[in-house]
Design a protein around this ligand. Sequence first.
Ligand code: PLP
Length: 360
Amino acid sequence: MARVFNFSAGPAALPVEVLEQVREEMLDWHGEGMSVMEMSHRGKAFVSILEQAEADLRELLAVPSGYKVLFLQGGASAQFSMVPLNLASDNQAVDYVNTGSWSKKAIAEAKRYCQVSEVASSAAVNFSRVPTQQELQLNKDAAYLHYTSNNTIFGTEFHYVPDAGTVPLVCDASSNILSRPIDVSRFGLIYAGAQKNIGPAGMAIVIVRDDLIGNARPQTPTMMDYLPQAENDSCYNTPPTFAIYVAGLVFKKLLAEGGLEAVEAMNIQKSSMLYSAIDNSDFYECPTELASRSRMNVPFTLANSELDGDFLKQAAAAGLVTLKGHRSVGGMRASIYNAMPVEGVAALVDFMESFARQHG
Ligand SMILES: *Cc1c(COP(=O)(O)O)cnc(C)c1O
């Protein structure tokens, strides 16, 4: 069996140790005589899996008391609607930072329910940077301020947490959650689709401050109301049991590795290796501004885009796959989430250098 180094933006690589443990436990989880997929979500075995996953996530992110942790369905995109439905009343003013495709989707959804102001946008520079705090034109009466902490498609990341004053701060952290420590107490709500840095697709994790629960507008579908989800510990209906189990194994692994400080150090190392290889070459170029560069998604272009096809073909032959850039940026994109080992980045850098020597 040959595992490739998978640079996909999502669903993305999972830690091989986690996949091995899943395989190990597939037919008989801890003597239950069945897989996690086959268990009742109300039974003792699964409830213990869910409680442990939540406890480990709380420890990893140092989630303070006064916040609920929810494991929900519908991915991150369901949160594009749940946030305005739960946090704002009809036509209330809400603030959004526009930093690219995912923010735009969140904004479009919020516009169905609220008065959205775009408090800053980097559209004019094709989203190659994120705005600074000084650039945010905040409305102190907004129901919340929403931003996307890492822009998966454009390869930019906020390296600061916006200061929204007393306005609740809402963050789509789908593509950089668990990549670095964050101060959860700065946020009203953090959400993330699981398939980039957490586990299988189809699940979203929501960390929400207690006072923001229970205010959903009356027409909100029950499944999209944070209150019944919180009151039932994410088991209002059948939760994504297998995804929760795999996420729990990922949390355990990150804790064993030393928690998010250690994870962040590794992510700084991996992303620096790749950005240095790009910056030290005349053959490759990175379209993002230095101060906004993402540690998770690294876009780059070749000096001659006619070589893109050859680059992708030869990279794949070397076991380096899913490097094609998003169509809105072009070129390549290497997504190097937590589960990408440093060896994978080293192999990519070696390949890039040898490809540049051949074609430069
Ligand atoms: C992938 C992604 C989403 C969408 O996630 P789904 O789970 O597919 O809905 C939203 N926001 C960001 C920042 C993403 O990277």
